[in-house]
Design a protein around this ligand. Structure first.
Ligand SMILES: Nc1ncnc2c1ncn2[C@@H]1O[C@H](COP(=O)(O)OP(=O)(O)O)[C@@H](O)[C@H]1O
Ligand SMILES: [Mg+2]
Length: 434
């Protein structure tokens, strides 16, 4: 049988282990596959930074995991030109177009639960006047500034609340305020960042859920851990808790993540949800063009994420999935469902069920699942072999070396992650009946 070659482009400027594990896993678990009676050879290719012919930008790849492309103009335009000649995991247009506040407002419009949030203009414009660009930047300041009453905004949102930068990222500049005095102080110190004031959710459980196409992986998240790389640990003594969500919560979190990602056409995105004692699930941070995929953060969840990405990339390459021409294509469908549901008085779960249908249609969930069971039938077993191998262990060792800069700390860190990975292998063996 003649083989057709499918090339998967991969890049990631920051996450060594994610990139290398993905490449090696695909090479190990799926060098070729059969789909609809035809054989495909699967290869990966690193998308390196290079000069390109702007008018004729081209790629041999069928799909690209273009991680971080949004933050580099030279590379970003390259991927924009390629769309939709190839499928991009991180949609170059929608991630640029949709910021955190658009996300809050729009998801609230379709009835998802977002805490009360007010946007507040930046406090300090003085940095805009610095340097040679000052005149240009001065033009960007709207002279017609309205005076506003911060105290009233504080009351409208309610305390406690979080004052956080509108464009967010990495918890930088996030302050919890309990009253107006604290709000005023935090706002005065916020410098040149437009801020949001968001009502604090008094939560019982914090869940960070990652979607890769229709595959959703909810993870517990310990926001109070001292180091960000320890936040996915259940607590100081326990790496993972399989039952941290009730079955109902698990369904709802999966639906929310799948719905948001389908709404915007995001093949890989994370969604932070806060679950209250009453069982309400609020979404607070779900616009992440570069979701954390680090081995040192994700530990037990890491193999699952790499596997999900590998399967989705192979599927997209083989079936020829393409980003739509218009990332807003799904919006009228969601809004029509919203309107219908309001007229008919649906409850919240009925809305989620109906939105989920749109999402499953968008992700071709059934087709993908069939593809996994037929064309990737032995993938899980091969992946288990890989994650138990010395090859993966050397990636783990290298990642620990790169992440932990103090040499004397490394042996203990390695032992910590090795232990968790051994546990993953043990659980996976059990799951597969090995
Ligand atoms: N409304 C909220 N209720 C409770 N905690 C919040 C809220 N907003 C933010 N936080 C806390 O602050 C952290 C950072 O805020 P987030 O919106 O996730 O911004 P970032 O983009 O910096 O991650 C969250 O992980 C959470 O611990
Ligand atoms: Mg966050």
């Amino acid at each position: 049988m003649e083989k057709e070659r499918k090339v998967i482009g991969v890049m990631d400027p920051n996450y060594y282990a994610f990139l290398v594990t993905l490449e090696r896993l695909i090479a190990h678990a799926c060098p070729s596959t059969v789909y609809n009676g035809k054989e495909y050879e699967i290869a990966t290719k690193r998308m390196k930074c290079h000069p390109y012919d702007v008018l004729n930008a081209w790629t041999e790849t069928s799909v690209i995991m273009n991680r971080g492309a949004h933050w580099n103009r030279h590379r970003g335009s390259f991927f924009e030109i390629l769309c939709p000649k190839t499928h991009l995991i991180y949609n170059m247009f929608s991630f640029k177009a949709i910021d955190k506040n658009a996300g809050y407002g729009m998801m609230n419009n379709i009835g998802l639960k977002v805490p009360p949030t007010w946007a507040i203009p930046q406090k300090d414009y003085s940095k805009m006047f610095e340097g040679s660009k000052s005149n240009l930047q001065k033009d960007l300041i709207f002279e017609d500034h309205e005076f506003f009453d911060l105290e009233k905004i504080g009351e409208a949102v309610g305390y406690p609340a979080f004052l956080k930068p509108q464009d967010g990222g990495g918890w930088i500049g996030v302050t919890k305020v309990n009253n107006f005095e604290e709000l005023q102080k935090a706002y005065d110190e916020s410098e040149d960042k437009p801020m949001n004031l968001q009502k604090a959710v008094d939560y019982r459980e914090f869940c960070r859920s990652v979607g890769v196409g229709p595959q959703i992986m909810p993870m517990h998240y310990n926001a109070s851990a001292k180091y960000s790389h320890d936040r996915y640990l259940r607590n100081e003594h326990q790496a993972v808790d399989f039952n941290f969500l009730s079955p109902e919560e698990s369904v709802e979190i999966r639906q929310l993540t799948k719905i948001i990602n389908a709404f915007y056409g995001w093949d890989h995105n994370s969604c932070e949800s806060l679950i209250t004692d009453d069982g309400d699930i609020f979404i607070i941070d779900y616009i992440n063009a570069y979701p954390d995929s680090s081995l040192t953060s994700l530990h037990f969840y890491f193999p699952g994420l790499v596997k999900a990405m590998a399967k989705w990339l192979i599927y997209c390459a083989v079936v020829g999935r393409r980003n739509g021409y218009n990332f807003m294509d799904n919006w009228p469908k969601f809004y029509a469902v919203r309107e219908k549901g309001l007229k008919e008085g649906w409850d919240y779960n009925k809305f989620l069920d109906e939105y989920e249908k749109i999402a499953d249609e968008y992700w071709h969930t059934d087709e993908f699942e069939k593809f996994c069971s037929k064309s990737l039938a032995d993938f899980d077993e091969k992946a288990l072999e890989f994650f138990a191998s010395e090859e993966f262990d050397s990636i783990l060792q290298e990642d620990v070396k790169r992440f932990f800069r103090i040499e004397s700390e490394r042996p203990a860190k390695y032992a910590h992650y090795r232990g968790i990975m051994d546990f993953w292998v043990h659980c996976e063996k059990e799951r597969l009946g090995k």
